[in-house]
Design a protein around this ligand. Structure first.
Ligand SMILES: C[S@@+](CC[C@H](N)C(=O)[O-])C[C@H]1O[C@@H](n2cnc3c(N)ncnc32)[C@H](O)[C@@H]1O
Length: 375
């Protein structure tokens, strides 16, 4: 049985996403809005194929489409009307599968309504997408088995869940070894006080339940994930005078992290790696996270943690990996690890990204993903 406060939150969130909101434009803040940014062409095309009603009810805060997806089994936590599921169903292909789970019936209904439409559009013989009505804290009750998924994604949902540890534990259980949780969510600059946490609109708008960003690493370690790898971050400006007064000096950021579940193996050593360029849509360059970009054919020195992830995940087939000292076939240049200033703080990354975007020419048409900010 859920604690009374948890049950009340579920009910409020179901009302908010099932009845109060009918489309993205009904949101009262810009927290559940995806900031503009460059989107690879194959993802842009996949998103353009999604039905208009599904897209209209999209409330995500990031791009949760990782790389190397062919034939993967993907689970989307809090899939809403299914926009990300339908984009991913094209990218995993007919031999892959995407499951979306959401606790709000109205959202699941919209998602299910368009299964045939999308399968016909993609030319698939049988649906490779399933939508389930259920709670992401209780994936077992929804029939999701141990070690059954390659990737779990989630877009602006975990902040809405009262017990975040339970969700991450469930994700860890259902992921295969080497699998990853690739997710966008809202984080706070500090632990939030009761006044903000108890505010129903702030909770529904994905702010009141936001985790203090440093707590993600603590939770991840407790559960057995490797340390979070920060991918992107954007500051949330809220843009609602009344709610800003309640929020005061607390700041919020939407950030995308990857959390890997690795098999228990010998600790990896620092390595040199060469990306072979084989990943669809990322042939020349793989931006793995905010700290590591791999150019095709270039030798890159990576720390123990990154070496372990590359060796033990689905990315192993895309890299030539050698311990330092062993000889690698020489490609382009070699970027050494010592010069790296590793960023783990999403607020810091958001500031850097903001500075960069204010310097680049506006080009909204070039593939931003449902957006308020232009780059
Ligand atoms: C901000 S919306 C995001 C929806 C979707 N990911 C998207 O990008 O459009 C949050 C969604 O999470 C769902 N949700 C919130 N808490 C949940 C829970 N405990 N279990 C299942 N779904 C949940 C809500 O029903 C809602 O559809």
């Amino acid at each position: 049985m859920a604690a009374p406060r948890d049950a009340e939150i579920w009910k409020d969130v179901q009302t908010y996403y099932g009845q109060v909101l009918k489309k993205g434009a009904d949101l009262q803040t810009n927290a559940c809005v995806t900031a503009a940014g460059p989107v690879p062409k194959h993802i842009r095309e996949a998103l353009q194929n999604v039905h208009e009603e599904v897209t209209l009810r999209y409330y995500g805060c990031g791009l949760v489409i990782p790389e190397s997806l062919e034939n993967c089994w993907i689970l989307d936590l809090g899939s809403g009307s299914g926009r990300d599921c339908y984009a991913l169903s094209q990218l995993v292909g007919e031999k892959g599968h995407v499951t979306g789970i959401d606790m709000t019936e109205g959202q699941v209904e919209v998602a299910k309504k368009y299964i045939d439409y999308h399968m016909e559009k993609y030319g698939f013989q049988a649906p490779n997408v399933t939508f389930v009505h259920g709670y992401i804290e209780k994936l077992g009750e929804a029939g999701i088995k141990n070690e059954s998924y390659d990737i779990v994604i989630s877009n602006c949902v975990i902040n809405l869940v009262p017990d975040k540890q339970q969700v991450l534990q469930e994700v860890h259980r259902v992921l295969k070894h080497g699998g990853e949780l690739y997710f966008s969510d809202v984080y706070a600059s500090l632990e939030l006080p009761e006044e903000i946490r108890m505010h129903k609109v702030l909770w529904g708008e994905c702010l009141g339940g936001a985790l203090y960003w440093k707590d993600l690493a603590i939770l991840a370690q407790k559960i057995g994930f490797r340390p979070p790898r920060l991918v992107t971050a954007n500051l949330i400006t809220v843009q609602n005078k009344e709610l800003e007064r309640v929020i005061g000096n607390y700041r919020f950021v939407s950030a995308t992290f990857r959390l890997f579940k690795l098999p228990k193996t010998e600790p990896a050593k620092r390595c040199q790696v060469i990306y072979n360029g084989g990943i669809t849509g990322h042939e020349k360059e793989l931006i793995f996270d905010a700290n590591f970009t791999f150019k095709e054919g270039e030798i890159v020195e990576v720390d123990e943690e990154t070496a372990a992830v590359l060796k033990n995940s689905r990315f192993a087939q895309d890299f030539l990996i050698r311990s330092i000292g062993e000889k690698l076939p020489t490609g382009g240049g070699c970027s050494a690890l010592e010069s790296k200033d590793v960023i783990t703080d999403p607020f810091k990354l958001a500031e850097v990204s903001d500075n960069m975007s204010s310097r680049c020419a506006p080009d909204v048409a070039s593939g931003c993903c449902g957006t308020k900010k232009s780059c």
